[in-house]
Structure formats: C-alpha cells, structure tokens
Write a protein that binds this ligand. Structure first.
Ligand SMILES: *Cc1c(COP(=O)(O)O)cnc(C)c1O
Length: 355
C-alpha cells in the first residue's frame, strides 16, 4: 500500500517566465512529485517536494538498458482561474501499458491522478492563461537499481515534472512540410513502438536531421517490414481525408495510441463524418493525390493538438495538399478540441477534469 502524500513546500519560489517567450520544455515549476518502487514494498513514499536535481547511482539501470517510460499531457487555465486537465485517466492507463512492455511494475492510476491534481493545484499560478498556452505535464519512470545485470530492475522512481509552454502556433495554425522517411525505421512489429519509452525517440533523430536539412518540419514514418504502410508523422498520429473519408492507420504494436487520435476519431463519429482505421499505403495517398481526391492531411498529438500537412514529399514527388492551406475538417477539429480543452465550448464527452 502507498503511504499518504507528503508535501514539502519550496522555501524560495522562482520568478514566473514571460508567457510570450516560453520555449517548449525549458522552464520548470517550483515543485515535483516523486514516488518510489521497492521490491518488498511496491510503490511507496509519494511526495511533492521542491523541484531540484536528483542524486542517482551511475550504475542505475536506466542509464544502461533504457528501462524507462514517460507520458505527456496538459493543464489549461482560463482567465477566471479554472484549471482543466485533458483526459488524464487515458495517460495513466497508457503509462501502465508502457510499463508492461518495459517490464516496469504498474502504478495505481487513481492515486496517480489524485497526486497529479494536488501538484497542479499547488502550481496553478505557473499555468499561463494566454491563448494557446498551457502547462505541460511530464510523468516518467526510471529504473534506479544500481546493477549492470541485463534484467528488470528491482527499484524504480516515478516523477511528475511541470513546464509552462507557449502557444504552438503564435501566428495561427500553420501547415507544415513533411518528408517521407524510407531509410530508417521508428518502430517494428513486436518492438516497443506502441510504448512511450525514451529509445524510440532518439532512434528518430537522424531522420529528423535529414528532414530539417531538406527544409521539412518532420518525417512521415513507414512500417519497418515493407516500407509501404504509413505509421506516424514525427511524434504524432496521422490522418488523411481521401474522397470525403477520414482515414488513419489502424493501431498495431508499432504505432503509439495517441489520446488526441482517439479524441479526433470520437469527434468525427459524433459529427457523422466517415472515419476509418485501416492500413494505408503511401501509394494509396499518392494515387489519391494524382486523381485529385487527397483533400486534407494532418498530424495529431498533445503538443500541437492538430498539425495540418501542407506539403508531403515522397521520393521525387512533392504533393501540395489543399493548396498548402489548412483544410476545413482539420480546422474544425483543431478549434473544437482546443475549445473543449480550455472550457470555451461545452464538453459533451466528459474529457476534461476540473481541479
Ligand atoms: C505521444 C505520441 C503521440 C501522440 O499521443 P497523444 O496522446 O495524442 O499526445 C503519437 N505518436 C508518438 C510516437 C508519441 O510519442
């Protein structure tokens, strides 16, 4: 059983940053949440304490065999002071799915949400209220046992750290250019692609560097077996509107199950817009482009919420989608989801959790 939450307040508080000049994930609040796992006690010792560097044994197993998982979600605050979390229960469910894949013991999802609520409440003055801004929440688990044995660790630590983030679109929602990556692979069948675990991301840096050097914002990942099927775009799920139907790759163990993806599908169904989850080949998208039925494309994820794709480069073809402008369905999804997140629109799905 977990002990009760111990709270130690920071003696000195840091100055709050200018909400208009925040860079993603560079500024952290005054406090953090931590909890430990010990083989004989389970998850124990939940604490909220001053945000500070930690001391850790250089033999801690996370450094050697990457036994670690993370999550990402956001809290939004309105000018009248109401704070909302977006579908946090989905994030902790997914954290436990990632834990399972990485042989990390599961956490209690309900108490994790309670602890998160207390942490965010304590830090509510850190949540910017300007249009498009939010507080990014990063829960993560690391294997702390000092050992070089190639085996699951016997001790872990879970942290939740908080970072105020600026608007992803300071000048309004902007379509981006995407490059289809055909050399390296993000995830393979039977691998760890459906888990949020560190190694999946550093494995994509090479391809991202190549895309950036060629003037693209992100890469589109194909399946690792045949390099034929579309999987994701950068660290987002991907959707296409082809001949009136919204299509997204069906989930597999090489695709991360996004909570924004799930919300997009639920919203489209409520709007009676045809949506299907199925395998999509790059050739199908190219054929749709050639015959004029590729109508819209966008990525979905917590950071950008919805990111329209204006250009897609595959081999020697650059496809300009919807004249390089944000499409109507893309715009409606962006507006509705962000309005629900910030309380500007009614939340018929019960997605938001008010503090
Ligand atoms: C986190 C993530 C997503 C998006 O998930 P959301 O829950 O919508 O933020 C998509 N793909 C990858 C690889 C991710 O890590």
């Amino acid at each position: 059983m977990e002990a009760t939450l111990a709270i130690t307040e920071a003696v000195t508080k840091k100055p709050k940053p200018d909400p208009n000049s925040l860079q993603f994930g560079k500024t952290f609040t005054d406090h953090m949440f931590t909890m430990e796992y010990k083989a004989d006690e389970g998850w124990t010792n939940p604490q909220i304490k001053p945000y500070a560097p930690i001391e850790i044994d250089p033999a801690a197993m996370v450094f050697h065999y990457s036994q670690t998982v993370f999550e990402g979600l956001k809290a939004y605050r309105t000018k009248d002071g109401v704070v909302r979390l977006f579908r946090p229960e989905e994030n902790f469910k997914r954290l436990n799915r990632s834990n399972k894949r990485l042989s990390i013991p599961p956490i209690d999802e309900k108490s994790a949400i309670e602890h998160l609520k207390q942490l965010v409440a304590l830090e509510k003055d850190w949540i910017p209220t300007e249009e498009g801004t939010s507080l990014y929440i990063r829960p993560f688990v690391i294997a702390t046992e000092p050992s070089l044995q190639v085996a699951p660790a016997k001790s872990y630590q879970l942290f939740i750290i908080l970072s105020p983030v600026g608007s992803y679109y300071p000048t309004g929602i902007q379509p981006v250019s995407i490059m289809v990556e055909e050399d390296t692979t993000r995830a393979v069948r039977g691998g760890t692609g459906s888990a949020k675990t560190g190694g999946n991301y550093s494995a994509g840096y090479n391809a991202q560097a190549k895309a950036t050097a060629n003037g693209h914002a992100q890469v589109l990942w194909l399946d690792g077996m045949e390099k034929k099927y579309i999987e994701e775009v950068g660290s987002m799920n991907v959707f296409f509107k082809i001949n009136g139907e919204i299509v997204t790759p069906e989930l597999s163990d090489s695709i991360l199950e996004g909570i924004t993806r799930k919300s997009v599908i639920e919203l489209l169904k409520s709007w009676k817009v045809p949506v299907s989850e199925r395998r999509v080949t790059m050739q199908e998208v190219k054929d749709a482009y050639d015959n004029g039925t590729l109508e819209e494309a966008f990525g979905s994820g917590t950071a950008a919420v919805i990111s329209p794709i204006g250009e897609l480069t595959w081999r020697d073809t650059t496809m300009t989608i919807n004249g390089g402008e944000t499409g109507d369905v893309t715009t409606s999804l962006y507006k509705t989801i962000t309005n629900i997140q910030t309380g500007k629109e009614r939340d018929p799905f019960g997605w938001t959790l008010k503090l």
